[in-house]
Design a protein around this ligand. Structure first.
Ligand SMILES: NC(=O)C1=CN([C@@H]2O[C@H](COP(=O)(O)OP(=O)(O)OC[C@H]3O[C@@H](n4cnc5c(N)ncnc54)[C@H](OP(=O)(O)O)[C@@H]3O)[C@@H](O)[C@H]2O)C=CC1
Ligand SMILES: CC(=O)N[C@@H](CCC(=O)OP(=O)(O)O)C(=O)O
Length: 341
């Protein structure tokens, strides 16, 4: 396959390059950049020495089989139609095609959607939920990292009507690479190191994305309390969810539901009872790890999920989607386990 990455200098872009370089079906890899076009990859990133690969301008990217857009929100949608007309399959790592409604996109991203018609043509690229729809698709909206970790945990349980939906609390923590490599005051070393903070409280733009998919699973509109936090580590994400279980539902019922849903999945794992997810279980891999219990005193389910934000939360999932749309084995190029310790 001939494959390209727009935004290849970014954190998600670099993770894509790392994965695509070792993918057996990728014959040619084309990288583009708005800031360092014309330079060799190793001039920009010395750890890529000896790879013999350089950066083009976006306009120089020739017709490809698959194009990954690892650009900030709002930069992909206006160009996607032209890419599709050139018969390229487009996988957008940003949010331009994740929401079904252009109004909701405008409300949360403060951007006017430049190609509303394409929204209905895009498939939400969470393979464990939408595999059949992704196969053969031309436009994939790769989910956000917080939504991926949350939806993997909650969608099967809501589909099976095991949880109440009035009070869903999603307490999320992310490593700093989730914010990308762009500079911002709140992400400076001295602002993050030895520190721990909530941000985007009751206003984070992943809220409507999570609500969209959970509402679909539950079969009725629902709202969530979602609070992300920044933790002083580079990669990784851990989510703790609190939800009331429905009358008569036991911990065993919840566990069986997950098992049924995920027993044949390669990337989603229910940990042995009593073992709780740690971010390092997923670090550098495309795997997600889940655990739950029902607190007997409160009757609330406590559910924990972890992924690597750059892998299952971004580039790993994007390659999984490429494998599905191009007819490759779903785990091709993604077979590694975590870096440990
Ligand atoms: N980091 C993460 O954990 C996750 C990221 N994502 C999504 O993936 C996409 C890329 O994110 P990430 O790699 O973290 O972001 P980065 O900021 O690290 O990288 C984005 C890249 O886009 C390119 N770019 C092109 N035009 C612009 C512009 N006008 N302003 C800024 N950058 C520009 C830049 O490369 P150049 O200068 O070479 O053109 C830059 O390196 C985003 O949509 C993000 O939301 C999704 C899930 C998780
Ligand atoms: C730590 C941090 O800042 N994380 C990012 C989420 C990154 C992500 O998944 O993505 P999208 O931007 O693609 O939606 C944030 O909260 O904005």
């Amino acid at each position: 396959m001939r494959v390209g990455v727009l935004g290849a200098t970014g954190y998600a872009g670099q993770e894509l390059v790392r994965l695509l370089r070792r993918h057996e079906e990728v014959e040619e890899l084309v990288l583009s950049s708005s800031s360092v076009a014309g330079q060799e990859y190793e001039e920009v990133y010395p750890h890529w020495c000896g790879q013999n690969i350089g950066f083009l301008h976006d306009e120089e990217v020739s017709d490809l089989d698959v194009l990954f857009c690892a650009l900030p929100h709002g930069l992909t949608a206006s160009r996607t139609r032209a890419f599709l007309e050139r018969n390229m399959k487009v996988i957008d790592l940003g949010a331009d095609f994740r929401l079904n409604s252009a109004d909701v996109y405008e409300e949360w991203y403060k951007l006017k959607h430049p190609d509303v018609e394409l929204l209905s043509k895009a498939v939400y690229g969470l393979p464990e939920l939408y595999r059949e729809k992704i196969v053969g698709q031309s436009l994939v909206a790769n989910p956000g990292c917080y939504p991926t970790a949350t939806l993997l945990a909650l969608v099967p349980l809501l589909k099976a009507q095991l949880l109440q939906t009035e009070m869903l609390i999603i307490d999320a923590k992310s490593g700093v690479s989730g914010a990308g490599r762009g500079l911002s005051l709140g992400n400076h070393f001295s602002e993050v190191n030895e520190n721990f903070k909530a941000y985007g409280v009751a206003s984070h733009r992943h809220t409507p994305e999570i609500e969209q998919e959970l509402s679909r699973a539950a079969g009725r509109p629902l709202t969530i309390n979602f609070t992300p936090h920044l933790v002083p580590m580079t990669r990784g994400m851990l989510i703790t969810i609190y939800a009331k279980v429905n009358e008569g539902v036991s911990e065993e019922d919840l566990r069986r539901c997950w098992l049924r849903h995920y027993e044949t999945e390669q990337f989603v794992h229910l940990l042995p009872q009593g073992t709780w997810p740690q971010t390092k279980y997923a670090s550098g891999s495309n795997h997600a790890f889940l655990q739950l219990t029902v607190d007997q005193r409160t009757g609330n389910a406590v559910i924990v999920s972890t992924i690597d934000n750059l892998m299952k939360g971004a580039a790993g999932q994007a390659v999984q989607n490429m494998n599905l749309i191009m007819g490759c084995p779903e785990n091709q190029g993604l077979t590694g386990t975590a870096l440990w310790p």
